[in-house]
Write a protein that binds this ligand. Structure first.
Ligand SMILES: Cc1cc2nc3c(=O)[nH]c(=O)nc-3n(C[C@H](O)[C@H](O)[C@H](O)COP(=O)(O)OP(=O)(O)OC[C@H]3O[C@@H](n4cnc5c(N)ncnc54)[C@H](O)[C@@H]3O)c2cc1C
Ligand SMILES: *[C@@H]1O[C@H](CO)[C@@H](O)[C@H](O)[C@H]1NC(C)=O
Length: 606
């Protein structure tokens, strides 16, 4: 038995979960308060200097079924997705999503943030408050002088490297075909100017070819002596005494530290416990701590400490559809890499070995490293091209009456919001081993504001037990109507691309024989197809929502859990309503905001 980490009896702050928001908040606080002792407990492995967490091109490896950096959350089978179980992976490593995500640089609409203040009463969470914090985190290397972006934050943004031919084709042809949706070089200004445009989407990759993850930018390079980030430590629950969070129970995770003792341990917090285990896990930690709906806790055999019926409810994602097309053989795609072809990986990584040799990765220099360029050359090809698309009023009839649920509630009064974003990716995202060896491209559409909701709850007090998870995908017909429109749009654009060579029919709706492509005939086939194929966009949120308690809220606008003192939640679970973009930018914003809030409470500032 070896004890992997020396953990003291007591710290000032304890973070339960060491992902995106946790590492950011902890890093900021450690810098601002060097005397403060901060403990971050992360169940997954460290990512420090590991190539698969630094080199952009390797992200797809984290989704392999054997992955040790991902947790696969299995939803209950549902009729809404044709009887399938939706599987929603979430990150499981230091840095969380920031260390494994696809690095798509996408930002929400200003009105997404504003709604948190105006609709849910969270003073201090409007776009006016939050956009400066988002900017604080980033350096927009593409044009640091652009006023809507950041110029000296730790997380770098660039195009990654050269822009793939397919991305260029999509933007050019899309803008030509959709006459009222022109090209722009700025699709991320958080305003109406970014909507109904075609553009090349930047990446969370530095100009010199490194992933912009949080731990390498806020933690591993942080000289603070009293900041401890420990991997392979699984939090069971928060200990609450007389309504005050006083510490946590944890065990070493033998999926990371094989020979570590497996007893349950306690560490105390003097000032604050922050639950930051992500939208899939933070509600489970709260429930194991006795905070949740009475019936859920009783069924799992957990004593109720405070009744919070909203915990684990309000689950949201961005449902995604992926339609495969065949590209010209000459066009560069990621398929060989994603198929795991040794030659392709050899070529992409070949020069890495040389570069990596001799320094153990501890002092890797990335400037002018041709191999990173080579790797990132492949990366943008996955889908940097993009269109944030919302129907014009005259297009509404094309979407049908079901769609009005989304239109009325989120879009009609917010012109800066897209319904979905769409792109042509230079690969097929799916089980390539089961498909013929073709040069695939695919049309991906990601829904900004699904009307459907799911839930996630504990089934037992055992932290390793599978949760009771309903993804809820497509339970509202409005989502199907929106994705049907997106599918058709994608088909019209993709078949016009110069590199288009055909439709891969098995991956498309099976239209009735002899149907004349009339709307009444095609809609049922497309709808069934969407139900059979829709997947997660890996953007889980909303399960510990920051709203009033009587509206199903779990935390207040200072991120305090209702009914308990010295306990906060800091991650994507606090989002009361969805944001339309990929969620890394929002997780970062929440991390920066939490640092400001906690610093104020400590009597200082970050
Ligand atoms: C595969 C994938 C691709 C993505 N692609 C993009 C993209 O291209 N662009 C984009 O903007 N966004 C993307 N995202 C989304 C984005 O990365 C996430 O929304 C964001 O990182 C979530 O941050 P978080 O702090 O809420 O949670 P996380 O970063 O997930 O952190 C939660 C952490 O808590 C840990 N944890 C959980 N339970 C426990 C426990 N009991 N004890 C200890 N630790 C625990 C987890 O291991 C994890 O590390 C992607 C996400 C995934 C998973
Ligand atoms: C949407 O709004 C329109 C116009 O106000 C109304 O007629 C319609 O019933 C609403 N539909 C839904 C589903 O909310």
């Amino acid at each position: 038995m070896t004890i992997p980490h020396t953990i003291e009896a007591e710290y000032d702050l304890i973070f339960a979960g060491g992902g995106t928001a946790a590492c950011l908040t902890a890093g900021r606080l450690a810098t601002a308060f060097p005397a403060l002792s901060i403990l971050v407990l992360e169940c997954g492995p460290t990512t420090k200097d590991k190539k698969e967490h630094i080199q952009p091109g390797q992200y797809i490896t984290h989704l392999a079924p054997t992955s040790k950096t991902m947790q696969f959350n299995v939803g209950k089978p549902s009729e809404h997705v044709a009887g399938r179980s939706s599987i929603v992976p979430s990150a499981r490593c230091v840095g969380g999503g920031s260390s494994v995500n696809f690095m798509m640089y996408n930002r929400p609409a200003a009105s997404d943030f504003d709604a948190w203040e105006t609709e849910f009463g969270n003073v201090g969470w409007s776009s006016k408050d939050l956009i400066p914090l988002l900017q604080k985190a980033e350096t927009y290397e593409i044009d640091p002088k652009k006023s809507t972006h950041g110029s000296d934050g730790p997380l770098k943004v660039s195009f990654g490297s050269e822009i793939s031919d397919l991305a260029k084709e999509f933007v050019e042809i899309g803008a030509k075909f959709e006459k009222n949706r022109p090209e722009t070089d700025e699709g991320n200004a958080l305003n109406v100017e970014s909507i109904n445009k075609f553009f090349i989407m930047p990446k969370w990759i530095s100009k010199d070819g490194r992933r912009s993850d949080v731990p390498h930018a806020y933690i591993y390079n942080n000289p603070a002596k009293k900041l401890s980030v420990f991997d392979g430590t699984l939090v069971h629950r928060v200990i609450i005494e007389d309504g005050v969070a006083v510490g946590v129970e944890y065990q070493f995770d033998n999926r990371v530290h094989e020979s570590a003792p497996q007893d349950i341990r306690v560490v105390k917090a003097r000032k604050l416990v922050v639950v930051a285990a992500g939208a899939m896990s933070s509600p489970l930690i709260l429930e194991r701590s006795g905070l949740g709906a009475k019936d859920v806790l009783e069924k799992a055999g957990v004593t109720v400490v405070a009744e919070l019926p909203g915990v684990g409810e309000n689950y949201q994602d961005h449902t995604l559809t992926i339609a495969p097309y065949i590209a010209d053989d000459k066009v560069k795609t990621l398929n060989p890499l994603w198929r795991g072809e040794p030659a392709a990986w050899g070529q992409a990584l070949g020069e890495v070995g040389e570069r990596w040799g001799g320094n153990n990765g501890s002092e890797v220099r990335f400037t002018q490293a041709p191999w990173t360029i080579k790797l990132t050359t492949h990366t943008p090809a996955t889908s940097t091209d993009s269109s944030k698309c919302v129907p014009y009023p005259e297009e509404l009839p094309e979407l049908g009456p079901d769609f009005l649920e989304i239109w009325n509630s989120t879009l009609a009064n917010n012109p800066d919001r897209p319904l979905f974003w769409m792109s042509t990716a230079a690969a097929m995202l799916g089980d390539l081993a089961a498909l013929p060896k073709l040069n695939f491209m695919c049309s991906a559409a990601l829904l900004g504001y699904p009307a459907s909701r799911g839930r996630i709850h504990i089934s037992s007090s055992d932290p390793l037990a599978a949760p009771d998870f309903e993804a809820g995908f497509l339970s509202s017909p409005a989502d199907v109507a929106a994705l049907r429109w997106a599918y058709k749009k994608g088909r019209e654009i993709n078949r016009r691309l110069p590199s288009f060579r055909g439709v891969f029919f098995p991956g498309h709706p099976q239209f009735p024989k002899g149907s004349a492509a009339l709307v009444e005939e095609t809609a049922p086939a497309i709808d069934l197809y969407i139900r059979q194929t829709v997947v997660t966009a890996w953007h889980s949120c909303g399960t510990c929502a920051m709203k009033p308690l009587d509206k199903g809220g779990v935390v207040d606008s200072k991120l305090n859990v209702y009914g308990v003192k010295k306990l906060k939640v800091v991650d994507m679970s606090i989002v009361p309503s969805n944001v339309n973009s990929n969620t890394y930018s929002t997780a970062i914003t929440i991390g920066e905001k939490a640092a400001v809030i906690i610093a104020e409470e400590l009597g200082g500032s970050v």
